[in-house]
Design a protein around this ligand. Structure first.
Ligand code: ATP
Length: 329
């Protein structure tokens, strides 16, 4: 095998934790070791880079984590890294260990930080999309999305049991931070009557009409999945109180699924995806690729420049929206 020019790799997890991050860390470490490259784990995301909180990892150091939720490296939101001075400190820590390459597992903000570190200091960076929101461009899905979606569907199934026993109308808020991927997919998967997503402005009156129609067609209980997100304008409580005023005979309940969607053991899909992405991230560094995020398109590993991945607006599949409209009549 050709000797590679890489010195040492560091890996960190940053931003909101997502199931599958550990499996990705494990794959990066083992792939580095496999290729005879030293690998370090950085604790607490960019905070650990600034405060020099690193640990050398070998293949055995990442035993028994493929199945664990959260991140053994811990994550953090580090404001100092958003400053030029903070990134300079991070660079001097990396210099101290002679590390020239960094794999960042995280969302939009984390990858923005990675890009700046490379542009300002020449550290070779690769992004691995790790966010349940699935809002990065250039990959069909990010790590944690599949697990979060399954958790949401399981929770909605349970709520449906009580909704149908009491003829109740449930508004269920799922995570998404301005992106409707979890809501749309969970809505389809759990058979919701309506799905309210930031990408489509349903409008309160249309929602009301739709509920009246459902009632006429014989539905006595309903599940409405609402994506959290500032873009919707109203929150789940304002939706529910509007409906309560206009359809007073409905018994309405609101349920916010919240952080259960982030936790838990990653699905097998996320574990396999994380393993593929981790290995591919190291492959990219070895072949001298950087400033890119790895992704999955049509079941193939691909790269996309980080600058494009963080643009936002990962489109919802229009066909899914159509399917949702058709099957929820
Ligand atoms: P999630 O999608 O789960 O919220 P995220 O990666 O988008 O994940 P953020 O809190 O936006 O989460 O970012 C994580 C960290 O990345 C920040 O705490 C900060 O250290 C770094 N970061 C974010 N934005 C920037 C930026 N513009 N410049 C430099 N670093 C940034």
């Amino acid at each position: 095998m050709m000797a590679n020019k890489l010195k040492k790799i560091a890996v960190l997890t940053s931003g909101g934790d997502a199931p599958g991050m550990n499996a990705a860390v494990r794959a990066v470490v083992r792939s580095a070791v496999y290729n005879n490259i030293e690998c370090f784990g950085v604790y607490k995301g960019y905070e650990g880079l600034i405060s020099d909180d690193l640990v050398k990892l070998n293949a055995r150091g990442v035993n028994n984590i493929v199945n664990k939720g959260g991140t053994i490296l811990k994550s953090a939101r580090c404001l100092e890294f958003k400053t030029v001075e903070g990134r300079l400190k991070a660079k001097s820590t990396l210099d101290k260990y002679d590390i020239d390459s960094l794999v960042v597992i995280g969302g939009n903000g984390s990858l923005t930080g990675a890009l700046l570190l490379e542009e300002e200091h020449g550290i070779k960076t690769i992004g691995i999309p790790g966010t349940i929101d699935n809002d990065l461009v250039g990959t069909r899905c990010s790590l944690g999305f599949d697990t979060a979606l399954n958790t949401a569907v399981n929770a909605i199934d349970k709520i449906r049991d009580t909704a149908s026993s009491h003829n109740r109308l449930f508004f269920i808020e799922v995570m998404g931070k301005g992106s409707g991927h979890i809501a749309l997919n969970a809505g389809i998967g759990a058979g919701a009557e309506e799905v309210l997503i930031p990408e489509q402005d349903m409008g309160l009156d249309r929602l009301l009409d739709s509920l009246k129609k459902s009632e006429k067609s014989g539905k006595s209980s309903s599940i409405i999945v609402v994506s959290e997100g500032e873009k919707i304008g109203d929150n789940v409580f304002s939706f529910s109180s509007h409906i309560e005023k206009n359809l007073p005979h409905y018994e309405i309940r609101v349920s916010i699924l919240g952080h259960i969607q982030r936790g838990g053991s990653p699905s097998s899909f996320d574990r396999v995806l994380a393993s593929r992405m981790g290995v591919y991230a190291v492959d990219c560094l070895i072949s001298n690729k950087s400033k890119v995020m790895v992704g999955i398109i049509d079941d193939n590993m691909v790269t996309i420049p980080i600058k494009d991945a963080i643009k936002g607006g990962q489109q919802l599949d229009k066909d899914l929206i159509r399917v949702c409209d058709i099957i929820s009549i």
